[in-house]
Design a protein around this ligand. Structure first.
Ligand code: MG
Length: 255
């Protein structure tokens, strides 16, 4: 299934995408109780929102060797985990905002796992049973704040720094799919998820040792090599094989 959220007649609602048509859904697919409703329109005609409203956005750093090398860092024996605030999440097509105080702001294309089943102390063997599906994410990062601040609260957490979408693919085997990022159509990142140092099942087991994972939580699984700066007027597109493309315009706000 391809599950989206869209701006419907009565506000945001979940949708099921079939053959280019979005059907409204009653109930919540993440709660497992839903039915396909009437057609809401063609996919191109509806306004897609972030496909999930996460309670937590859990992110993993240093998960691809070539990216660790380009950043001049060392690989770690355990996953490097941090959070982005849920308020940083935006949907496909929504703008990433640059503000005057920001420094070098870069894209980070990432596979995002959407949790569908609550759990703690989840084993690697059971981990993928807790995944509802996968979507694309962009872990937008201000490098100057990342290097200068002790915490990454704003380096990773400004509003609009977490584009997610365009929809959730529930039938994907995400172990080794292509992940790319283009800026204005120019390829910047090209890799495969099979290059992750800590695969999704390992991340879920590690993270759930400490915290309960709940339906709707997002796990951003780290970015491959090729990060590059974003500027006013750019369009940045994350594409994952078997899911689709998440595009975001970049706009400067002179506040
Ligand atoms: Mg990242």
């Amino acid at each position: 299934m391809r599950i989206c959220r869209f701006d419907g007649d009565t506000g945001p609602q979940y949708g099921l995408i079939e053959d280019g048509t979005v059907f409204g859904m009653t109930g919540s697919p993440l709660q497992g109780d839903f039915e396909r409703g009437p057609a809401a329109g063609a996919l191109e005609a509806v306004t897609l929102l972030s496909p999930v409203v996460p309670g937590k956005v859990i992110c993993v750093g240093r998960n691809y060797a070539a990216h660790i090398e380009e950043m001049g860092r060392e690989a770690l024996p355990e996953p490097l985990v941090f959070y982005k605030p849920p308020s940083s999440v935006i949907g496909p097509g929504a703008p990433i905002e640059l503000l005057p105080e920001m420094g070098r702001v870069e894209h980070e294309a990432e596979l995002a796992a959407v949790i569908g089943r609550r759990g703690r102390f989840i084993s690697e063997a059971d981990a993928l049973e807790h995944v509802f599906g996968y979507t694309c994410a962009n872990d937008v990062t201000d490098r100057d704040f990342q290097n200068g601040d002790k915490q990454w609260w704003r380096a990773k957490g400004y509003d609009t720094f977490c584009p997610v979408g365009p929809w959730i693919e529930t039938d994907l085997d995400a172990d080794n799919v292509a992940i790319t990022c283009e800026v204005n159509g120019i390829p910047r990142q090209e890799a495969r998820t099979g290059l992750m140092l800590f695969p999704v099942r390992r991340l879920i087991a590690f993270i759930s040792r400490a915290i309960t994972l709940e339906p709707g939580d997002l796990i951003l699984t780290g970015t491959p090599a090729g990060v590059s700066p974003l500027a006013d007027g750019d369009t940045v597109t994350v594409t994952i094989e078997g899911i689709g493309s998440l595009s975001s315009p970049v706009v400067f706000r002179d506040l």
